[in-house]
Ligand binder design. Structure first.
Ligand code: GTP
Ligand code: MG
Length: 369
């Protein structure tokens, strides 16, 4: 399924119908007076957030939202019909901007939340409305008003509690697949994940939270390297970031036999790698860089118990301790440390105040850590 998180739309509400100029015509009622009905109101353009929709894809096929015009007023004081609204369903987390002014018109964060983005024009009064004792035969009626017309930009920002951050291949999708019912694609090459994905994590104690897996980030992403930073916006609403750092495979730094590999890949400085991604976050959005963070060294199954003794891991631990950032050690493959990590994330989610994210709770989602 294609994932589209940004679209431009042309929205036009219906025009109001014109009021009618008409006269009462009945046998034995000479000069029956004005009887022109009002025009009907034009339909509104309405957006509704729906939990079953995950992409703005449909709008790429039809980027127009046009509501119907109100009907014209008629004789015998009959009002024109109201124009049918144009109602479109959007994913939860959709922000609606006026594309010309960039003003935020609405932020649809709850299932069922609806917003009128373009108001239909009012119908004009028919001439029967304008009769007064001194003007018994008004020869005029009011035209309907034009419906609002706007160019809209819809921007989907996923609603999640925890956002995954890491270089490609760090094991983000593997982690998500282990702790939730989500089944993202996992493979041993970079940029396996091409679009963000959500998973609901069910903690043993009954709490649950939503994790967003996004494509891997690399240094220079802010300038467009790799898949760029376009997906970082999906982390803007999270309450805590989980930064996954791959265990330094160059631990061969201590193993002579693999000295060659060490040379070709160069020494891994986890602090440098960690800070490289932090830099990309900061350049993208300082607010995002301020979101609380949990760091986990992943793939510890590859190095066994000695992971904490590795020079670059020790250096990272020291670096993070200075900043009061928790560091955990996990393996998405073997499951080691995942239970502690899930609890740590749940506690962070609870601690960080903010609007409660309403995730669709899936009772069939089994935690398997
Ligand atoms: N040994 C080991 N391998 C792992 C672990 N976690 C993930 N892998 C492997 O690492 C590779 C990349 O894993 P992914 O989960 O696809 O990594 P990702 O961070 O989602 O990568 P992108 O989507 O490309 O950004 C896969 O071959 C996984 O099987 C782990 O804990 N231990
Ligand atoms: Mg992935």
């Amino acid at each position: 399924m294609s994932f589209i998180d940004e679209v431009l739309l042309h929205a036009k509400a219906g025009d109001g119908g014109n009021g009618a100029v008409a006269w009462r015509r009945e046998a034995h009622v000479p000069k029956g007076g004005p009887a022109g009905g009002d025009g009907g109101d034009g339909g509104d353009v309405v957006l509704v957030a729906e939990s079953g929709i995950h992409s703005l894809l449909d709008f790429t096929y039809n980027p127009h939202l046009w509501a119907k015009n109100g009907g014209q007023g008629r004789g015998k004081k009959q009002a024109g019909e109201g124009g049918a609204p144009a109602i479109a369903k959007v994913p939860i987390g959709t922000q609606v901007f006026d594309a010309d002014t960039d003003e935020l018109l609405a932020d649809l964060t709850d299932h069922g939340q609806r917003v009128v983005v373009c108001k239909g024009g009012s119908g004009g009064f028919g001439n029967s409305r304008f009769a007064t004792p001194s003007r018994q035969a008004p020869e005029f009626a009011k035209p309907g008003l034009a419906g609002e017309e706007k160019r809209l930009r819809l921007s989907l920002k996923l609603m999640a509690d925890v956002g995954l951050l890491g270089f490609p291949n760090a094991g983000k999708s593997t982690f998500l697949s282990r702790v939730s019912a989500a089944r993202p694609k996992i493979a041993a090459y970079p940029f396996t994940t091409l679009v963000p994905q959500l998973g609901v994590v069910k903690v043993e104690d009954g709490r649950n939270f939503v994790v967003a897996d996004i494509p891997g980030l690399i240094e220079g992403a802010a300038e467009g390297a790799g898949l760029g930073v376009q997906f970082l916006k999906h982390l803007e609403r999270v309450r805590v970031l989980l930064h996954l750092v791959e265990v330094p495979l160059e631990i061969v730094e201590s193993v002579d036999a693999q000295e060659d590999q060490h040379k070709t890949r160069g020494p891994v400085d986890l602090v440098e790698r960690y800070e490289a991604l932090r830099g990309e976050l900061e350049r993208f959005n300082e607010g995002l860089a301020a979101v609380p963070e949990v760091v986990a060294v992943n793939k510890i199954d590859l190095v066994g118990a000695g992971v904490r003794e590795l020079a670059s891991v020790k250096k990272l631990a020291k670096h993070l301790a200075k900043r009061d950032v928790p560091l955990l050690y996990v393996s998405g493959a073997s499951g080691q440390g995942l239970r502690e990590l899930v609890f740590a994330l749940a506690n962070h989610v609870d601690k960080v105040r903010g609007p409660v994210v309403k995730a669709a709770f899936n009772p069939f989602a089994r935690a398997r850590y």
